[in-house]
Design a protein around this ligand. Structure first.
Ligand code: FAD
Ligand code: UDP
Length: 404
């Protein structure tokens, strides 16, 4: 049996960050096993058959307020700065989104001011002091009209739940502004890896040299019986790790439907009605990187990531995102932040806390495992962004680095 210092399950942001740190920061020998046929997890990107760089699993807009996380990743990539600006398509027209002074003016059909918008919000928002769910948080910020126009339909489609049955943090993560700022996020650093995420991940792997071995198309259970390792790092779904012993945790899945266009295809399309307000740039399909659809359409958004990557090419590719129930064979893209799911997760969290220091209660003795770490979006059942899982992996590294 080949001995490793760590067996790391999952080659996404969390698994690869910890692998890189342990290999180069501590000289550990690590094995990463990944069940998919590529590295990068859900953040992976690739060039499609039309030569367009696409995000394989939905749009991944990197942003962070942490200089530490930005500096860490900057060792492996240069950056292409982007102010992510998106639109919502509701009631038959495009709107600047998230709600800001430009949205308000479009709603009034005339020019306005921050002061007028603030007083309008004051008289329309519902007086809910401590919003406890996603319906209350939006009603308390913008009132019923904007809630119905932009949030209710989208949220019900995406989560197959009423907004009142989701934590306030779900819709609460969307900013509200009374100034002319159309950006989707407030973070101080917003940029994409200049040559794409997959290149970033390749550079992380390269930095590890021969201390890191990666096995793709490999489920971790298949390697456990033949492998010795001091530490297990698990970044997959925590309920799967424990054979769903308390019942399956709920997730939401997605179906991605790509469509590509040549310049000739684009020329044949009729000119959009609001082309003068929301112009579609040459060799593009739609006016912004992302258009959200809160209405009756079966998809939630259309993403044309070429707007954000800045790739110069004549073809373009869009991806429609259809929300889907999670079932065996589909991917658990989203943990569902809600009180009932949190209660179930807490049971797994407690068990994970126990086996972290008692690995022999779950792994065969032949592994020689001395401890288990659960990190990342799935293993901690948290609706985390990329920077947050990188931060989590860096923290775990500090903990492991202090172990003799
Ligand atoms: P993952 O990327 O899920 O990696 C886990 C890996 O483990 C996977 O590759 C999986 O195949 C592997 N695995 C699981 N089980 C096993 C097993 N039994 N054996 C072997 N391997 C296994 N974040 C942002 O910051 N900005 C965004 O704009 C953004 N957009 C998103 C859009 C969508 C549609 C989704 C789904 C997520 C988005 N995110 C975004 C979140 C981002 O994807 C995650 O924060 C990040 O990718 C999580 O990394 P991870 O390593 O924890 O998990
Ligand atoms: N949301 C909405 N309308 C929108 C955009 C977002 O109701 O036009 C809600 C919806 O519940 C969504 C959540 O806000 O799931 C978070 O949106 P975000 O764009 O951050 O979702 P993600 O990119 O993580 O899928």
């Amino acid at each position: 049996m080949t001995p490793y210092d760590a067996l790391i399950v999952g080659a996404g942001f969390s698994g690869l960050t910890l692998a890189e740190r342990l290999c180069t920061g501590r000289g550990w020998r690590c094995l990463v096993v990944e069940k998919r046929d590529h590295i990068g997890g859900n953040a992976a990107d690739r060039f499609d058959a039309h030569g367009v760089l696409v995000h394989s699993y939905g749009p991944h807009y990197f942003r962070t307020n942490s200089a530490r996380i930005r500096d860490y990743l900057s060792q492996f990539t240069a950056w292409h700065p982007v102010d992510y600006t998106i639109l919502s398509f509701a009631a038959g027209r495009h709107w600047p989104f998230p709600v800001n002074l430009n949205t308000f003016e479009a709603y009034l059909g005339r020019s306005s001011t921050t002061a007028e918008m603030e007083s309008w919000l004051e008289s329309h928002r519902l007086p809910i002091e401590n919003p406890s769910n996603s319906e209350e948080v939006i009603l308390s910020q913008v009132g019923r009209e904007f809630y119905e126009l932009f949030f209710r339909g989208y949220t019900r489609k995406q989560w197959r739940r009423e907004p009142r049955d989701l934590d306030a943090s779900v819709c609460g993560r969307i900013p509200l502004r009374t100034v002319r700022d159309n950006r989707y996020f407030n973070d101080t650093f917003q940029a994409l890896p200049k040559d794409g995420y997959t290149r970033l991940f390749e550079n992380m792997v390269r930095a590890c040299g021969d201390r890191l071995e990666i096995r793709l198309r490999t489920a971790y259970r298949d390697v456990i019986p033949h492998t010795r390792f001091r530490r297990l790092v698990f970044t997959g779904p925590v309920d799967e790790f424990f054979d769903h012993r308390f019942g399956p945790l709920p997730y939401r899945s997605l179906r991605f439907e790509p469509e590509s266009f040549t310049p000739e295809d684009l020329n044949r399309r009729p000119t959009p009605r609001d082309q003068s307000t929301f112009p579609v740039p040459l060799h593009h399909f739609q006016p912004a990187v992302q258009v959200n659809y809160p209405g009756d359409e079966p998809f939630t958004r259309i993403v044309e990531v070429k707007h954000a990557t800045g790739q110069v090419c004549e073809n373009t590719t869009i991806v429609r995102e259809y929300p889907a129930d999670f079932a065996p064979g589909s991917e658990p893209y989203y943990p569902i932040p809600a009180p009932d799911t949190a209660a179930l997760y807490r049971r797994y969290e407690e068990l994970a806390g126990h086996v972290a220091t008692h690995p022999r209660d779950i792994l065969p003795e032949s592994c020689g495992c001395e401890g288990i770490s659960f990190i990342g979006r799935l293993a901690t059942y948290r609706y985390y962004n990329m920077d947050q899982v990188v931060g989590m992996a860096l923290k775990e590294f500090e903990k492991l680095a202090s172990v003799p």
